[in-house]
Ligand binder design. Structure first.
Ligand code: SF4
Length: 313
């Protein structure tokens, strides 16, 4: 992720550390207390994906009942497709940039641009194909999505190229390992086994390593429940690795096809006791719905952006 300013991020985390000193996180709400309530799951026989629990469009949790008890998947939408495609582009771009730099064929930012921008269509085609396979259908508004995906890819390459040049210019004698570690923000995708706390065995988590913070890329509108995902991942890492994860940040990316330059908004937060308790309550309630097959019913008003809207209404 090249789209944030490292210095700005470091300043934000300084503020969060102050907030943490005041609010503190209770030991009993750390993932490593997985053998006692409230972290201990009601059972480890049913494991949930983090986004399954965290994406709380439905306050009654009927989505869990539909998916897990009635086996109904939400109908694919352009919003889902956009989210998956832009995540794929982000992942592929990072990987192709690293490969190019390690290959030794690219020695400057401008060479990175010359080599990688011509691959735009290829990378976008692959991402679109992947989503079509997943949905087993063509995507509505495919052209619009293509324009957004190309804009995102090109933006990432240009940002990476600028960072590579800045790094080489500042440290002219550095080797490629150091250039990559300085130019490419140290966000690593890590696989985590969440089963100790009732979550899936192979979670994929983005960690911003200097602060052991969870990073989450979002492509849709800002929703109040978004911090739950970082909370679930934080609990899983604490359980598996026994290290504290105190902070989360969400990067909201938006691409207007007419402007072609993505815009970003960031949300930073402490993964507080409140968030931890709320996430665990959602997990326990989901377990109850699935284990006894109870239909929790509908809320008074369903949000029309709920992925199951066309199923329930
Ligand atoms: S459409 Fe309504 S009842 Fe169905 S899952 Fe969404 S919010 Fe819940």
């Amino acid at each position: 992720m090249f789209f944030f300013d490292r210095l700005d991020l470091d300043r934000r985390f300084r503020l969060l550390r102050k907030e943490l000193e005041i609010r503190n996180i209770s030991n009993e709400l750390r993932g490593w207390c997985f053998d006692s309530p409230p972290i201990e799951p009601p059972s480890r026989a049913i494991l949930f994906g983090v986004s399954e629990l965290a994406m709380r469009y439905c306050e009654k949790m009927r989505d869990i009942y539909l998916k897990r008890v009635l086996n109904i998947k939400p109908p694919p939408t352009i919003k889902m497709a956009r989210g998956i495609v832009l995540h794929t582009i982000n992942r592929e771009t990072l990987s192709i940039i690293k490969k190019s730099l390690f290959s030794g064929n690219v020695k400057s930012g401008s060479e990175l641009i010359e080599n990688l921008l011509p691959l735009t269509n290829e990378i976008v085609d692959r991402a679109i194909l992947e989503i079509e396979k997943l949905f087993s259908s063509k995507i509505n508004e495919e052209n619009k999505l293509r324009i957004e995906a190309s804009a995102f890819y090109r933006f990432l390459i240009v940002q990476a190229a600028a960072k590579v040049d800045q790094t080489i210019s500042k440290y002219p004698h550095s080797d490629i390992d150091s250039i990559i570690s300085i130019a490419i923000p140290p966000i690593v995708e890590r696989k985590v086994d969440g089963s100790l706390i009732g979550l899936s065995r192979e979670l994929s988590v983005d960690i911003y390593t200097p602060f052991n913070a969870i990073a989450d890329l979002k492509t849709g509108d800002i929703r109040e429940f978004h911090p739950y995902a970082a909370t679930g991942y934080a609990l899983a890492i604490e359980a598996e690795e026994n290290i504290p994860i105190d902070f989360g940040f969400i990067i909201y990316v938006q691409i207007e096809p007419t402007r072609l330059v993505p815009s970003f908004r960031m949300k930073y937060f402490v993964i507080s006791d409140e968030l931890r308790r709320e996430f665990l309550e959602i997990r326990d309630e989901a377990y109850e719905i699935v284990s006894i097959g109870r239909d929790p019913g509908k809320p008074i008003k369903c949000p029309d952006y709920c992925p199951y809207y066309s199923v329930c209404e």
